[in-house]
Write a protein that binds this ligand. Structure first.
Ligand code: ZN
Length: 425
């Protein structure tokens, strides 16, 4: 087993509080079953052994009387029987050891498999959240999805803009079937006002006039699903380049995770919430469940870092379709608490189920950053995303050397939202 594998295993079993109970129950069940079988086999052997000893005892008495004269013969018979009993004893001990070892090994293997499956499920849920909805990522540019985003001024984007207007004019209802006309008017108005404010904001923050192909562009690096075994590595790399980023964290209560939450804040990064459990079906089941999950994380982080967080990222994005009734009530909930939520318009695709190489992850980001004025980049900080960490230094280096400004998200940053908060009353 590689050390990385053992690290992951230890981390899963010690630190992942919300999932720990599930693994514990599963492993406990298997342990009980195997111990029960082991015990049964042991009892059987002890009884067999006991039977032999009792039989030998009485036969020994008989033999003593029958062969009283022939001591040598008797002695050799007894020695032979002792040998046999010793062999049986040895066999019993070996069987017991094997029976103890087997379930232990099996439990570890099963535990690892469960944790891997859980990660796969999380990845698939992320994809499910994105792929299911037409308004997201792939078609997002043609509708209100990235309302706060202003396309870059190069040719390609102008074409995109024209296409967008044509599509909007020609088939206003195709992708916005569920939106009333007034909703759409509101959103178009929001696009204009948000673009202006986003531009003004970026201009005020990125005052340095650097050269390069990304000059004048603002990039917000965001890491979801942490803290993990990689959080410290990510923070080290960010510190090395003196770059601030945003961590959308989930709820963990072990000491290492608490230390990670604190370090994120102490080093000047932004910490945002990304649900306590990250279990889509549980979080989006009802507004009561959402409230419970949100409050758990809100309180946990308040206890650790000492203030109430006001930044959130919906697991699966604000336009996910986990709840068939839509996201309105959850968005309204955050609006009522004055919590801003951020989606993304660029991703390194480390959660798409495809195992991209380090170079491909970088390329996935840079290709989209080149086409946008401001980019909120989705990446992941979880134990299965080692390649993202490997790619980070080179990504930051390229962005900085080509003139991009890398900034953390704050409550004041005009958000990129797949469903705009302002559109929900
Ligand atoms: Zn997530």
């Amino acid at each position: 087993m590689s050390s990385d594998f053992i690290r992951q295993l230890v981390y899963k079993f010690n630190c992942n509080a919300p999932k720990y109970d599930e693994y514990y129950v599963l492993i406990h069940t298997y342990m009980c079953q195997f111990l029960y079988v082991s015990l049964e086999i042991c009892c059987y052997f002890f009884l067999s052994c006991g039977k032999i000893v009792i039989r030998d005892f009485f036969r020994g008495e008989d033999l003593q009387e029958e062969d009283y004269v022939n001591f040598i013969k008797l002695d050799s018979t007894v020695a032979e029987k002792r040998k046999r009993i010793n062999r049986i004893k040895m066999a019993i001990i070996i069987i017991i050891i094997v029976m103890m070892l087997l379930p232990t090994i099996l439990c570890i293997v099963l535990g690892v498999q469960v944790s891997r499956l859980q990660e796969n499920v999380n990845d698939l849920m992320e994809i499910h959240g994105r792929v299911e909805q037409p308004i997201n990522i792939t078609k997002g540019k043609e509708n209100y999805a990235y309302a706060a985003e202003k396309p870059d001024s190069d040719k390609a984007d102008k074409q995109e803009e024209n296409q967008k207007e044509n599509i909007d004019a020609a088939e206003p209802s195709k992708e916005n079937l569920n939106l009333s006309e007034s909703d759409q008017r509101q959103r178009k108005h929001a696009v204009k006002s948000n673009q202006a404010s986003a531009d003004a904001f970026d201009a005020s923050k990125s005052s340095d006039s650097r050269d390069g192909i990304y000059a004048g562009k603002t990039v917000y690096l965001t890491f979801d699903d942490g803290p993990s075994i990689y959080t410290n590595d990510i923070l080290d790399i960010l510190a090395e380049y003196d770059v601030k980023a945003t961590f959308f964290v989930i709820g963990k209560t072990d000491d290492e995770s608490k230390e990670a939450y604190r370090r994120i804040v102490e080093e000047g990064h932004t910490i945002g919430m990304h649900s306590y459990s990250h279990n889509y079906n549980q979080i989006y089941k009802s507004i009561e469940d959402f409230d419970k999950d949100f409050t758990n994380l809100w309180d946990l982080l308040y206890d650790i870092i000492g203030y109430r967080l006001k930044i959130y990222r919906f697991p699966g994005g604000s336009a996910n379709q986990v709840n068939p009734d839509g996201m309105e009530k959850f968005i309204r909930y955050l609006n009522d608490k004055s919590v801003v939520y951020f989606d993304w318009n660029v991703e390194n695709k480390d959660a798409t189920g495809i195992r991209y190489t380090k170079e491909e992850l970088i390329d996935n980001v840079l290709t989209d950053v080149a086409r946008k004025k401001r980019s909120i980049v989705l990446m992941h900080d979880s134990s299965a995303k080692g390649t993202t960490v490997e790619s980070l230094a080179e990504l930051i280096e390229t962005l900085l050397s080509e003139g991009a400004s890398i900034l953390p998200l704050t409550q004041e940053v005009p958000p990129i939202q797949q469903i705009e908060a302002d559109s929900i009353e």
